[in-house]
Design a protein around this ligand. Structure first.
Ligand SMILES: Nc1ncnc2c1ncn2[C@@H]1O[C@H](COP(=O)(O)OP(=O)(O)OP(=O)(O)O)[C@@H](O)[C@H]1O
Ligand SMILES: [Mg+2]
Length: 138
């Protein structure tokens, strides 16, 4: 487990970039954190770390958005509005089983049954000073 304090959104992006170095195709990142914690900024760092050109934003309408990167596709899921695990399975079945891609799920804790045992868990919490504490497991 590693924890890092992030004082602004650039540092949250940088934390995502740092984790990206340790990830390989087939990995799953389960992101949890309150509304506005910085999950999407962290995803932006992951995509940057894998040398994707597109800037990660909130996938407002789609449940899943694909970013092409030099190291393979990054599948970004935002489960905030998802109704059920079945809905997610049917909307993103191929992405959730893609051995060549990186799967990143915001609000993963809403659907624990979707988190595989080997997933990397990232928790982002607000700290009293206006920053964030980012914890990565393992
Ligand atoms: N370490 C930080 N300190 C202060 N503000 C931060 C930090 N990291 C990110 N932010 C800010 O938090 C806000 C929310 O960021 P972001 O959209 O990435 O959060 P989110 O967790 O994805 O939100 P949502 O729950 O809506 O999906 C942004 O304004 C961002 O600039
Ligand atoms: Mg978000």
């Amino acid at each position: 487990m590693t924890s890092v304090h992030s004082s602004n959104s650039d540092e949250t992006v940088a934390a995502g970039r740092a984790l990206a170095e340790r990830l390989a195709p087939g990995d799953v990142v389960a992101l949890q954190g309150d509304l506005g914690a910085g999950k999407t900024h962290f995803v932006r760092g992951l995509v940057e770390g894998w040398e994707g050109a597109e800037r990660a934003t909130s996938p407002t309408f789609a449940l899943v958005h694909e970013y092409d990167t030099r190291r393979g596709p990054v599948y970004h899921l935002d489960l905030y509005r998802a109704g059920s695990a079945e809905e997610i399975w049917s909307a993103a079945h191929d992405e959730l089983h893609a051995p060549h891609g990186l799967v990143v799920m915001e609000w993963a804790d809403r659907f624990p049954e979707l988190i595989p045992p080997g997933a990397v868990r990232v928790d982002i919490v607000h700290t009293g000073d206006g920053g964030r504490l980012i914890t990565v497991n393992p």
